[in-house]
Design a protein around this ligand. Structure first.
Ligand code: PEP
Ligand code: MN
Length: 319
């Protein structure tokens, strides 16, 4: 059970007193707002007391207009949002070249990981804080929004400082303490589907964030594990349609991680947009053979231009 107290310290204090009095354990997470995650059982009396506080607080939720604008632009259905960039930021020259190239094509969302969830502990783990600073610098320079991953609760503060959209990766879709904490942030969250998660599990994870008071959510289908060895994952087109139907949230497709191979990134993106995806996420690199992570699936600049032209045509046809 999650209670959201966005602006009201008094109400938050009262809620904690009720829980303390009832001997119930809880976690308090405070970023832009406070979210209380209740642990253990609550009797009916305590539940009623808390619910009356929670409902009143819900009505008072304030949204800061400046921070809402990124989400408003993202959800403007007359434009197809394309999130593009390297798997990981690697150097100033790399991210400068990519941001300049993308901005020249009118792409509004720059992606890149500074904290990387790598399968092997021996692989490049990202540049961390210096990487975030570089991403921010070049997103700002090109007037682009920055999308980057937050892997852990301890990173929320720093990532929120630099990012416009916080990405939760496939491996963290089931990290309920991270999701709960992101409910206290007033920036959009892009929630990737776990690679072995059902659609219902994915939507339940989204609720952990929205119940904390953050309704600026974007869902991202990034392929699921199947028995097929020729692709890294299998893009689940039906999930895009069903997640949209059931949640009413924007659902985008990451066709780089869904396929793991550059020759499939564009056709799958075209199929996703034709199926109703509300945006696309892809990885590119100035020289994929030198990339420190996911080089084998990265598009070259030329390949990305082809993708953009194709998905733009399909989106226009749908409109
Ligand atoms: C990524 O976007 O770089 C990434 C690691 O994706 P996923 O969490 O979908 O594997
Ligand atoms: Mn990647």
């Amino acid at each position: 059970m999650i209670y959201n107290f966005p602006i009201d310290d008094k109400r938050k204090g009262t809620c904690l007193k009720i829980l303390d009095r009832a001997g119930i354990d809880y976690e308090l997470i405070e970023h832009d707002a406070a979210v209380i995650r209740v642990l253990g059982q609550i009797n009916t009396k305590t539940r009623r007391e808390l619910e009356s506080l929670s409902q009143a607080a819900g009505k008072l939720t304030l949204k800061r207009s400046a921070e809402k604008s990124c989400y408003s632009e993202f959800t403007d259905s007359t434009r197809l949002p394309v999130i593009a960039g390297p798997c990981a930021v690697e150097s100033e020259a790399q991210i400068a070249a990519i941001a300049e190239f993308l901005s020249g094509l009118g792409v509004r969302y720059l992606r890149g990981g500074a904290y990387k969830p790598r399968t092997s502990s021996e692989s490049f783990q990202g540049m961390g804080r210096p990487g975030l600073k570089l991403l921010h610098k070049y997103a700002q320079a090109q007037s682009m929004y920055l999308v980057t991953e937050v892997m852990d609760r301890s990173q929320i503060e720093i990532v929120t400082e630099y990012a416009d959209i916080l990405q939760v990766g496939s491996r963290n879709m089931f990290n309920y303490t991270l999701l709960t904490a992101l409910g206290s942030v007033r920036k959009p969250v892009l929630l990737k589907r776990g690679m072995a998660a059902t659609i219902d599990e994915w939507l339940c994870s989204a609720e952990y964030i929205s119940k904390g008071g953050n309704d600026q959510l974007i869902l991202c289908e990034r392929g699921i594990r199947t028995f097929e060895p020729q692709t890294s994952h299998t893009l689940d087109l039906a999930s895009i349609c069903l997640a949209k139907q059931h949640s009413g949230l924007p659902v985008i497709a990451d066709t780089s991680h869904a396929s793991g191979r550059p020759d499939l990134v564009t056709p799958l993106a075209a199929a996703a947009v034709a199926a109703g995806a509300d945006g696309i996420m892809v990885e590119l690199h100035p020289d994929p053979s030198k990339a420190l992570s996911d080089g084998k699936q990265a598009l070259t600049f030329d390949q990305f231009e082809e993708l953009l032209a194709r998905v733009t045509r399909i989106h226009a046809a749908i409109l």
